[in-house]
Write a protein of this length. Structure first.
Length: 264
């Protein structure tokens, strides 16, 4: 994988070899930083997926998120998936029906599904809480993994599932398991950039780890922004701005000539 971004085959070859890293990013700066840091995989939602984002992501393998609830029909997903791949996506995320996953896979599009806590379908598993804490619930997760594998998926996000359950499932499937709060049993550790950078507002998931306090820095910058705007207003009110150095001069002779040409 030297000097090129990994392919699906490369990612599959790493299963069971080492833990990969994955970040959900939303900005060009985040994508560039992730690429510079050597992050293996990025997740970027479709509306933010542009040629500029592809360039910023460098050699990162990029999963493009197809938005459940915004896209509706299979044709919607198919068009969006082809667009994502044309821009340079390496796979697509799809939490739609198995028939949609199967259809996309049949077109040769690498598809990542979602099991465990699936936010868009959390009402079926009791809300935003861990899934798979009983044998019956864990077997339900396993059944969905098997169904995705049968449908031709490439991988699955495995969200908020007990680590031992995740480990046993991952050992028994060819899918690349992207662990979000499911321990090291999966194949990649997946976090949101906003959690890593300390930007999260409101509830922070148990599995999230914060490495920097960007929220405090953003608050400081907002205070500085407000102060700068207030100083600008004060300068205008007092006449301190604009000062001579901010003005364009004109020769006195030319100015007098201009005045003589004005009416009145």
């Amino acid at each position: 994988m030297t000097n090129r971004r990994p392919t699906v085959a490369d990612i599959r070859a790493l299963k069971g070899k080492r833990q990969m890293t994955m970040l959900y990013v939303e900005t060009l700066d985040e994508a560039r930083a992730a690429a510079a840091a050597g992050i293996d995989m990025l997740s970027i939602i479709d509306p933010l997926w542009t040629p500029e984002m592809r360039e910023a992501a460098g050699n990162c393998f990029v999963q493009v998120g197809l938005l459940y609830g915004v896209l509706a029909t299979y044709e919607d997903y198919l068009r969006a998936a082809h667009r994502a791949m044309r821009i340079g996506g390496d796979c697509v995320y799809c939490s739609a029906s198995l028939s949609t996953v199967r259809g996309l896979a049949s077109e040769g599009i690498p598809v990542v599904g979602h099991v465990g806590l699936v936010p868009s379908q959390a009402t079926w598993t009791g809300g935003f809480k861990a899934v798979g804490k009983t044998a019956e619930s864990a077997m339900g997760v396993w059944a969905k993994v098997q169904a995705l594998e049968e449908a031709g998926a490439f991988g699955a996000e495995l969200e908020v599932v007990p680590d031992r359950i995740a480990s046993e499932i991952s050992k028994r499937t060819s899918l690349i398991m992207l662990s979000m709060g499911a321990g090291t049993g999966g194949d990649a550790q997946y976090l949101f950039s906003e959690d890593v950078l300390g930007c999260t507002k409101g509830h922070k998931p148990r599995h999230a780890k914060t490495y920097r306090n960007f929220a405090a820095e953003f608050a400081r910058l907002q205070d500085e922004r407000t102060a700068a705007y207030a100083e600008f207003k004060a300068d205008v009110d007092s006449g301190a701005y604009p000062a001579p150095e901010h003005l364009v001069s004109i020769d006195d002779v030319e100015f007098e000539s201009f005045l003589t040409r004005l009416p009145g």
